[in-house]
Design a protein around this ligand. Structure first.
Ligand SMILES: [Zn+2]
Length: 266
């Protein structure tokens, strides 16, 4: 009985991680692997347009049902329901060896061992970060040309994502570092002797929006603790164009906010 429960838990945990927001071990597989009762996991192909696009994600697999039935889905248009004191985001990141992956859905940088997010009494380990164009969330109706998601998980498997918007402006040096190693086609590039410092992808202001949401890619699992920084950073027009040359659009459309609470920190 205990073994049975354990295997269900592992399947759930595995399911939760399988998306663009997935740990390093899964990144060689560009398509989401769905746990089934069959011996071999089945690969489900999904995309941002056409027959496998966002409106069809839930019908591609029963494991993606939450994409349609969920009530706390991401992204949505962020507007603060109230302003309140929120715990500071302690982003304790350290420079980490660079592995840049094109997984067919996004450019992802693996950051296992890249540090921790401590917020209140919760601690989450940084797993990876990846990019979307245009931004997935909008803030007060405004979209940005690029958004980065820093994906973390607690030891118990709870996910926390920090989102940062890029406005068009000055070039970002860390982005230049990453872009120089970004594979144009599916694949992985380990840049020997080079490191990434995630701190260079954070705004000066620590102010953030706090709310509950989901993964923005199948299986659209809910229970994700979202923190979206209110202050954008910048990327140059050339840097934005370089990403769009590989992924013209990799953003899920806005979902219903429903009655969730969005708090903007003071
Ligand atoms: Zn994302």
């Amino acid at each position: 009985m205990i073994n049975h429960k354990t295997s269900i838990l592992s399947a759930l945990t595995i399911g939760l991680f399988l998306t663009a927001c997935q740990p390093a071990a899964e990144t060689e597989k560009p398509e989401t692997v769905v746990e089934t009762t069959e011996a071999k996991p089945k690969k489900i192909s999904w995309s941002y347009s056409g027959d496998n696009g966002p409106e069809h994600w839930a019908s591609l697999s029963e494991n993606f049902a939450t994409c349609a039935s969920g009530t706390v889905q991401s992204p949505f248009d962020i507007t603060a329901d109230k302003t309140d004191t929120l715990p500071a985001l302690n982003l304790n990141y350290v420079p980490t060896d660079m592995t840049v992956i094109n997984n067919g859905h996004t450019i992802q940088v693996d950051q296992a061992g890249g540090g921790q997010l401590v917020v209140g009494d919760a601690t989450y380990n940084l797993l990876q970060f990846h990019f979307h164009t245009a931004s997935e969330y909008s803030i007060d109706g405004k979209f940005y040309p690029l958004e980065v998601h820093l994906v973390h998980a607690s030891d118990a498997g709870e996910l926390a994502v920090v989102g940062v918007m890029f406005a068009e402006g000055e070039a970002n040096a860390e982005l230049a570092n990453i872009w120089a190693n970004m594979p144009a086609t599916k694949g992985e590039n380990t840049a020997q002797g080079q490191s990434v410092d995630v701190k260079n992808l954070l705004p000066e202001s620590g102010q953030y929006y706090r709310f509950m949401g989901s993964l923005t890619t199948p299986p659209c699992s809910e229970g994700v603790n979202w923190h979206v920084m209110s202050q954008p950073i910048t990327a140059s027009a050339e840097q934005i164009a370089a990403f769009k040359a590989i992924f013209a659009m990799n953003a899920r459309p806005l979902q219903a906010e429903n009655d969730r609470m969005v708090v903007l920190g003071k």
